[in-house]
Write a protein that binds this ligand. Structure first.
Ligand code: DSN
Length: 429
């Protein structure tokens, strides 16, 4: 068989140019990371060929005995990593993990409550442009104007007023620890189930540098490719399995006893068909890496790098939502800097610094323009960068934002960025 270079030179070139882009630019998108070569080897391996609808030992296809081992290892490692009783490693993405949970816990038209997307939530937490806001009645809570953190006065009062069946905590641009304990109190007050979506901080949770949701939340979802540094995908976990409280019926086998059984059947066949066995096996490799002691150090370094960046940005007069960070994320309000998030993203891209425009709480601009940017440290930390580099990067960002139309300056930063990146190769060695 031909390899990619011989078979499809056009796409071989595209692949190489993406590798070159990743090596030569600074990746500050908070949801991105660089997997190990081992994870990529598994994700690009022969298991992509296998159909395995069902679960280990109960498949709809023959020849699954080897991929069964991979899925069992993935589930066992995930349970050990997060100290949980139940794990499903099949969701193709975080959105599909969330969809399977909603379809398990809710009926169409039921009320859900999540953090407003414009305040740092996620599309699948009730946005009107997503299934979560279209199939369910969505109520959004917000960030407090005074401290930039979740406004629990509002959360309590909205919960009492709307009696949501499911409360969702977590988001995609929340720089602080997720307040699992507080959310549990709200959920208990109104008899709601509590779901946390830890897609962003899951690597930090696994390493013990962010509180764990397991004892507080009924159900936990995540992606595997952000701070957890695995292949692109989703997972569902429960600290403790519990009895199906809705009396839901399985189409063939009669009443289902446990919520775990409902979730399994909602992931497949409810939401998905054939699992991506190459990705499940690559998740297992990543979970194995995250169980090693050096991953704890990596997670600590992610957070200390973010804190250094926060300190440097504050020193340069930037307005950080919530005044800083506990995690890998900084959300920067550029309203006092005379530049939009969109413009900042564009000019920083020219300087070789990749980050994303982001709405800030109470933003008056649209999501296509925004008043803010989101900055994250997982990818730079994977490259081995530390305090000195973090300060340098913030200074480059500041120089570019302070003189955004100076193309010569952007070009000069770009060459400094390339020089720095060449000292911290990702895959070359
Ligand atoms: N798109 C992801 C992020 O950037 O945070 C969330 O799904």
């Amino acid at each position: 068989m031909f390899n990619l270079e011989q078979n499809d030179p056009e796409l071989y070139d595209v692949l190489n140019r993406e590798a070159e882009r990743e090596e030569s630019t600074l990746e500050l998108i908070a949801s991105e990371n660089f997997t190990s070569k081992a994870v990529m080897e598994m994700a690009g391996g022969v298991m992509t060929n296998k159909y395995a609808e069902g679960y280990p030992g109960k498949r709809y296809y023959g020849g699954c005995e080897v991929v069964d081992e991979a899925e069992n290892i993935a589930r066992d490692r995930l349970k050990k990593l997060f100290g949980c009783e139940y794990a499903n490693v099949q969701p193709h993405s975080g959105s599909q993990a969330n969809m399977a949970v909603f379809m398990t816990f809710l009926e169409p038209g039921d009320t859900i409550m999540g953090l407003d997307l414009a305040h740092g939530g996620h599309l699948t937490h009730g946005s009107h442009v997503n299934f979560s806001g279209q199939l369910y009645k969505s109520v959004s809570y917000h960030i407090s104007k005074t401290n930039g953190r979740v406004d629990f006065d509002e959360v309590f009062s909205l919960a009492k007023e709307h009696k949501p069946k499911l409360i969702i905590c977590g988001g995609s641009a929340y720089p602080r620890f997720i307040e699992f304990e507080m959310f549990r109190e709200v959920a208990d007050t109104v008899g709601a189930h509590l779901m946390s979506d830890i897609a962003h901080p899951s690597g930090l949770v696994a390493a013990g540098v962010h509180p764990s949701p397991m004892q507080y939340c009924d159900i936990v979802t995540s992606t595997t490719h952000k701070t957890l540094r695995g292949p692109r995908g989703g997972i569902i976990m429960m600290g403790k399995d519990f009895e199906n409280p809705w009396g839901k019926i399985a189409p063939k086998s009669g009443r289902i006893k446990l919520v775990s059984e409902l979730i399994d059947s909602m992931v497949m066949p409810g939401v998905q068909g054939g699992p991506l066995m190459h990705i499940i096996a690559a998740k297992a490799v990543a979970f194995g890496e995250a169980l090693r002691p050096d991953f704890k150090k990596y997670a600590k370094d992610i957070v200390s790098n973010a804190k250094v960046m926060a300190e440097e940005f504050l020193h340069l007069g930037y307005d950080l939502v919530s005044g800083g960070t506990d995690t890998h994320v900084l959300l920067i309000d550029l309203s006092n800097k005379d530049i939009t998030g969109k413009h900042a993203e564009n000019i920083l891209g020219k300087a070789g610094i990749a980050l994303n425009k982001n709405m800030v709480p109470f933003d008056r601009r649209s999501p296509f323009v925004t008043s803010g940017i989101r900055v994250g440290t997982p990818a730079l930390t994977t490259r081995g960068m530390g305090e000195t580099e973090m300060r340098k990067v913030v200074q480059w960002i500041d120089s570019a934002i302070s003189d955004p139309d100076n193309d010569q300056l952007l070009t000069s930063i770009r060459s400094d960025v390339e020089a720095l990146c060449s000292n911290f190769p990702i895959y070359e060695h």
